[in-house]
Design a protein around this ligand. Structure first.
Ligand code: HT7
Ligand code: ZN
Length: 880
């Protein structure tokens, strides 16, 4: 395939105003009759041929204005329908295609999941159902008739409102007709048919629209959808309250399916979900699962405005809907739970998923300029960094201007397919500010690095902060222009008292910067001098992680401890502890590499003790005592990485903390025991998080006493959170207890696929050389299937991304294994295969021998002929 370039964007030559679909469901031969009302686009090229996209389609007939088309004017292939000289006035096209949902293992277009029929059309799946102008700037009103055998599909759902339904006498078949009055791009089309259980509720919008809510699941699982329903109602209320956005149809349905390439899909009025993000009961779902369900339900619901009412002009604008909607779901979760703890979790995700992407061969702009396969651009950069850009914009222009800008965006672009430029223009207008430099964040890839030198002059009572920014080259971008970086900050005295801010001299921060507590770094270097600073302060910088940058931290250990103890910004309290731990660990990695045993600084362990004793929020404490992960450390090291040394250093620190805080961890564990009935709320979840983090560290330092406790917890746990936490500890320690516990867990949960996924993850991430053999043997387990993305991600994905030592085994066996799986999976589901292959993204930062082995595995994949565009693209960019 040829690359698609943003610079080549041209409006479509034709528009499709109305689409009437008649879809007769059949397991292997579904008939799709499509009647299109087309017209030339006044913005297009007059007289241009009409080229409709197809993908692997079988056409039965094509009629133009009700008549056959002369064979010289129509070119039909499985991938294209081309009309050489279409009428230059409104016209009708009728097309019938036949498709095989059972053979559709890519899970794009119409496919079967279990016994249900469902669709996935984003990004380019509609063309696997019928020939169409499959591009997001062609908006049409859809009416969809769905017909099926009643025994096979008693539930028939479509977009919009149901306007008719009935049975077809004497055939055992029935139908439903759905009409969606809102013009939409075809990627938002959906239908579902199947034997499904459901739960129902209502939501009355603030202007009085009574909306019928339905969640459809596998029969028998209805009660597990109640939390999702609750999250949906809270999302609807929140979007009215915070963004002034009301729901606009009489029906909102969600369907949970077990075979799904991503998390969920925001089809208009008919969201389709990976069942992982709908189904939850205390016995099967962890607190993290509940929080994710809440976030994904909200995310898809929020798309109704940011994505559906206002969609993207082209796929280069993906961050327009995804970054913005992730920002909205982060804010929702922050309002529903602890804001500080959510922020820490979101930044952890950004750093672990997006930073490595930005630092490796797959780096790309938040708004890319070119792509070979759009499915490979549903990335952490577009989603998570995209969300950070919105957050940063709000920090820069302030809350009031931000909400004014959002209102303007909704008012101005409702019903259209918009661009990032149009979005930013709304904020520039609302804030009366030129945002040209801010826009560079969308066009330059890479994570900027900010260094700060701080100097206090006791005599002059001044504090000087010298900031510099730089950004390493990324693919196709050798040099970068300076970014506009908002650095939220505060100064605190060594006893913890906040210090009032006064700028002065020629290097002043502006009044506005001081009032907002935000320094704007817009140039490569900037000096800011604060006057009348009575004692040497400790600067607290990048509060709340106000910009997606790496902050080089030259603070002394003593200053970091002051921040851990006293910073009023909770995020930076946590950050200071992480920075301290990272420093210790990076030093220890060097020690381990030189064959010695690392020794850890008592002051750090004492600081953790103070947090444990003095902080009041268990969820926050749990975050503070959770060390940076092995991949985080690898990222910090950046080159010549040795995963075994990292593992050794981290293990030793966990052991030292476990030993050093033995009585305190045990006391914390015991004090947080609860007899209350289960609640998934943030307070109860925070207590469980701390209790389990304490047990984990206790076991790391004191396995003889800790493992029996873990076993006891495993056997008596009433929640999946506690059970899986205990099993995770038992699994991490070799011995007969591990195998016994794993067997017992499987025996209890064998019928719950989503729980068995956790069982796969735990085993795939054991950091021992035998794990690869275990993973290979689990691939033969009856519960595993390469055809199911959740299973594949849980076993293979967890091994490749969650097991640093074994995926990166020094003999290259992990790389060979993944390459082989990717090649096998490519013919089943290229999208999932390509995502797995992206696990190689940091290969250039490894030590030389591993680099060579990883490169050889990537070359082996790239050299195979007949690869999907998805896998070929990732393999070639990774090697590029
Ligand atoms: N907007 C949705 C994207 C999506 C998707 C993309 C490619 C292939 C399959 C997919 N399933 C869902 C998800 C979202 O961000 O809300
Ligand atoms: Zn989304």
């Amino acid at each position: 395939p040829q690359p698609v370039r943003l610079a080549d964007y041209r409006p479509s030559d034709y528009l499709i105003d109305r689409v009437e679909l008649d879809i007769k469901l059949h397991a292997t031969a579904t008939r799709v009759q499509s009647k299109l009302s087309l017209r030339p686009n006044p913005k297009g090229v007059p007289g241009a041929p009409l080229i409709l996209d197809g993908d692997d389609l079988k056409a039965k007939y094509v009629l133009l204005n009700g008549a056959q088309i002369d064979s010289s004017g129509l070119f039909l292939t499985p991938d294209q329908l081309r009309l050489e000289t279409p009428p230059q006035e409104p016209f009708h096209l009728e097309i019938e295609t036949e498709i095989d949902p059972t053979a559709n293992t890519r899970l794009m277009g119409l496919y079967r999941s279990g016994t249900a029929y469902c669709t996935q059309c984003e990004a380019e799946g509609f063309r696997r159902i019928t020939y169409f102008l499959d591009r997001p700037d062609v908006l049409s009103v859809y009416t969809t008739r769905i017909e099926a055998d009643f025994r096979e599909a008693q539930v028939l759902l479509g977009n919009g409102n149901r306007i008719e339904s009935g049975t077809i006498e004497g055939t055992g078949r029935h139908f439903a007709i759905w009409h969606d009055p809102f013009p939409k791009p075809c990627y938002l089309f959906a239908l579902v048919g199947g034997i499904l259980g459901s739960i129902h509720d209502r939501f009355v919008t603030r202007s009085g629209r009574d909306v019928a809510l339905g969640i459809y699941v596998e029969p028998g699982k209805e009660t597990s959808a109640t939390y999702a329903m609750d999250a949906l109602k809270r999302s609807m209320a929140w979007d009215e309250e915070v963004f002034g956005r009301e729901y606009d149809l009489d029906v909102f349905n969600i369907v949970a399916v077990s075979d799904f390439n991503m998390g969920a899909m925001e089809n208009k009025g008919l969201n389709v979900f990976n069942d992982k993000y709908v189904l939850a009961s205390p016995a099967t779902a962890t607190d993290t699962d509940y929080a994710q369900i809440e976030a994904v339900i909200a995310h898809e619901y929020f798309h109704n405005w940011t994505g559906n009412r206002i969609t993207c002009r082209d796929w280069f604008q993906l961050c327009l809907k995804e970054g913005l909607t992730v920002y909205r779901d982060h804010e929702f979760s922050a309002d529903m739970r602890s804001r500080a703890v959510r922020r820490i979790a979101d930044v952890r995700t950004l750093r672990s998923q997006q930073f490595p992407e930005d630092a490796g061969p797959l780096a790309h702009n938040v708004r890319p300029d070119t792509y070979l396969e759009i499915n490979n651009f549903y990335t952490a950069t577009v989603y998570e960094k995209g969300a950070e850009l919105i957050r940063m914009l709000k920090v820069l222009i302030g809350d009031e201007a931000f909400h004014k800008g959002m209102d303007l965006y909704f008012a101005r672009h409702d019903g259209t397919a918009a661009t990032i430029e149009e979005f930013i223009a709304c904020f520039a207008e609302a804030a009366k500010r030129d945002l040209t430099q801010f826009s560079l964040w969308y066009h330059q890839s890479g994570t900027p690095h900010v260094e700060v030198e701080s100097a206090y002059d006791k005599q002059a009572q001044t504090l000087t902060l010298d900031f510099t920014q730089s950004c390493k080259p990324t693919p196709g971008q050798d040099t970068k222009q300076p970014f506009l970086i908002p650095i939220a900050f505060g100064l605190i005295a060594s006893d913890g008292a906040p210090i009032a801010l006064q700028a002065g001299g020629s290097d002043q921060a502006s009044e506005d910067e001081l009032a907002r507590g935000v320094i704007e770094l817009a140039t490569t270097r900037r000096r800011v001098v604060f006057q009348s600073v009575p004692t040497r302060p400790v600067p607290s910088l990048l509060r709340g992680f106000s910009a997606p940058v790496r902050l080089g931290n030259s603070s002394s250990e003593a200053d970091l401890l002051t921040l851990v103890a006293h910073d009023t910004d909770s995020f930076n309290r946590w950050q200071a502890a992480q920075t301290y731990a990272t420093r210790q660990l990076l030093h220890a990695v060097e020690v381990v590499r030189s064959g010695r045993k690392p020794i850890y600084d008592e002051a750090f362990i004492d600081a953790l003790l103070r947090v444990l004793e003095q902080s009041s929020d268990p969820a926050f404490i749990a975050q503070v005592i959770t060390l940076p992960g092995e991949a985080d450390l690898a990222r910090e090291i950046g080159e010549n990485v040795d995963p075994d040394a990292i593992h050794g250093a981290r293990k030793a620190l966990r052991q030292a903390i476990g030993e050093g805080l033995k009585p305190n961890l045990l006391q914390t564990y015991q004090a947080l025991t609860s007899k209350d009935p289960y609640s998934p709320d943030a307070t109860a979840a925070g207590r469980r998080a701390l209790r389990n983090a304490a047990l984990d560290l206790f076991c790391a330092g004191n396995p003889e006493e800790g493992l029996p406790l873990a076993l006891q917890q495993f056997e008596s746990a009433t929640t999946m959170t506690d059970k899986i936490a205990a099993l995770s500890i038992l699994t991490a320690h070799a011995g007969p207890e591990r195998e016994k516990a794993l067997e017992a867990f499987y025996a209890t949960h064998a019928s719950e696929a989503l729980v068995i996924d956790k069982w796969f993850i735990l085993q795939a991430t054991i950091p021992e050389p035998e794990t690869l053999a275990r993973v290979k043997s689990l691939m033969q387990h009856a519960a595993f299937s390469l055809h199911n993305p959740n299973r594949t991600r849980s076993l293979i994905g967890a091994f490749a991304t969650g097991n640093q030592t074994q995926f990166n085994a020094a003999d290259g066996s992990g790389y060979d294994f993944l390459a082989g799986i990717v090649l096998e999976l490519d013919s089943i589901n290229p999208q999932v295969a390509a995502r797995l292959l992206a696990a190689f993204r940091s290969w250039r930062s490894l030590e030389t021998k591993r680099q060579g082995l990883a490169e050889a595995a990537l070359r082996r994949v790239a050299s195979v002929s007949g690869l999907s565009p998805d896998v070929k693209d990732i393999a070639e960019r990774s090697l590029g």
